[in-house]
Design a protein around this ligand. Structure first.
Ligand code: NAP
Ligand code: ZN
Length: 347
């Protein structure tokens, strides 16, 4: 077994504290990555605090992982020791069902295994990236371009692909009017991508103080969502809205902004149901949808696009001993726009 150390939550109320554990020895298809940086996703906080139910402890969170390959199994062809590599939200799927074969692994019919807070098909607990190393099959490990700042690539592995996948699926590009709701980790990547793909992009925020940043990140327009008049003036104008909000809020307000056949796609995962008024849907023949992370091929495609276009996340570096304080700042929306843990602080 490989000795690992990291930080774990022991229950929904505890702070994260140092934790030592073991990972499997690499099998023929496995890659071992020494973790350099790991992003802090709001999903880490939801799961540490058991806001979605079913959390398993001890929990080592973290699914925005980048680092260097330190060992590879005999059948690994994509990586050699010393390569940069990334691991995201998924570490196992059946690879045989129709969804896996279509490159839509997050929707694996046998169930996708998360990078943490999950059990592998063999029944072993998975532990995430708030740690010094990780072992994963090469199918779930991504090539990272040395052209980009490594720490700022980490958030692409979740916040990046979770916004890229629906923007691509719904054909966002020139001639489309797109709204991004919530300027956090996901939202700021959604904004960068929608702008880069050529859509006319508006950013909806509850935080007036973020307006200037939103413009810099690619918004053609910033709408303060608490301003009822401003919201009303955009009624029926959007082709596609990507909702990245982590807390309960009124979806009907955003549905009303969609034009004929427009789609609202929910990627934020609040801990309570979001009521929808039927009239919000039937008016303008609107669609309400959702999207979960993205497939392995499209994740690599997104990373390659980012390398070509020079797109990375806007990050604030933090250290492993400051997780409590960092989580509190994420909960207050006080992050510009993704915290990344420097795992050098663990050694
Ligand atoms: P984050 O950085 O905390 O950003 C969330 C943003 O939502 C905040 O910055 C804030 O933006 C807005 N917001 C927060 N509370 C609000 C409230 N009460 N009313 C209205 N707006 C509010 O979180 P994140 O890491 O981007 O994650 C966002 C959500 O996506 C989380 O629920 C996470 O679990 C989920 N997620 C889903 C997937 C998936 O596969 N679907 C993947 C990853 C994460 P403003 O200040 O601009 O209003
Ligand atoms: Zn995430």
């Amino acid at each position: 077994m490989i000795q690992s150390k990291g930080y774990a939550a022991q229950n929904p109320k505890s702070s994260l504290t140092p934790f030592t554990f073991e990972r499997r020895d690499p099998g023929p298809k496995d890659v071992v990555v020494e973790i350099a940086y790991c992003g802090i996703c709001h999903s880490d906080i939801h799961q540490v605090r058991d806001e979605w139910g079913g959390s398993m402890y001890p929990m080592v969170p973290g699914h925005e992982i980048v680092g260097k390959v330190t060992a590879v199994g005999a059948e690994v062809s994509k990586f050699k020791v010393g390569d940069l590599a990334g691991v995201g939200v998924t570490v196992e799927t059946c690879m045989q069902c129709e969804n896996c074969r279509a490159g839509a692994e997050p929707y694996c019919l046998k169930g996708m295994v998360g990078t943490y807070n999950a059990k592998t098909y063999e029944g072993e607990m998975t532990y995430g990236g708030y740690a010094n190393n990780i072992v994963a099959p090469e199918h779930y490990v991504y090539r990272i371009s040395p052209k980009l700042e490594l720490a700022a690539v980490a958030p692409l592995l979740c916040a990046g692909i979770t916004t890229w996948s629906p923007l691509r699926h719904w054909g966002v590009g020139p001639g489309k009017k797109v709204g991004i709701v919530g300027l956090g980790g996901l939202g700021h990547m959604g904004l960068k991508f929608a702008h880069s793909l050529g859509a006319e992009t508006a950013l909806f925020t509850t935080s007036e103080s973020k307006a200037a940043d939103a413009k810099r990140l690619g918004a053609d327009e910033v709408v303060i969502s608490k301003d009822a008049g401003a919201m009303k003036s955009h009624a029926g104008k959007f082709d596609f809205i990507l909702d990245c909000v982590s807390a309960p809020h009124d979806l009907n307000e955003y549905m009303s902004l969609l034009r004929l056949d427009g789609t609202l796609c929910q990627v934020g995962l609040p801990d309570k149901p979001l009521p929808v008024w039927a009239f919000s849907l039937v008016t303008n023949r609107r669609s309400l949808s959702g999207s979960m992370i993205g497939g392995m091929n499209e994740t690599q495609e997104m990373l390659d696009y980012c390398a070509e276009e020079g797109i990375v996340s806007d990050i604030e570096m933090t250290s492993i001993d400051k997780l409590d304080e960092t989580y509190e700042r994420v909960l207050k929306g006080d992050v510009k726009y993704r915290f990344v843990i420097d795992l050098g602080t663990l050694r």
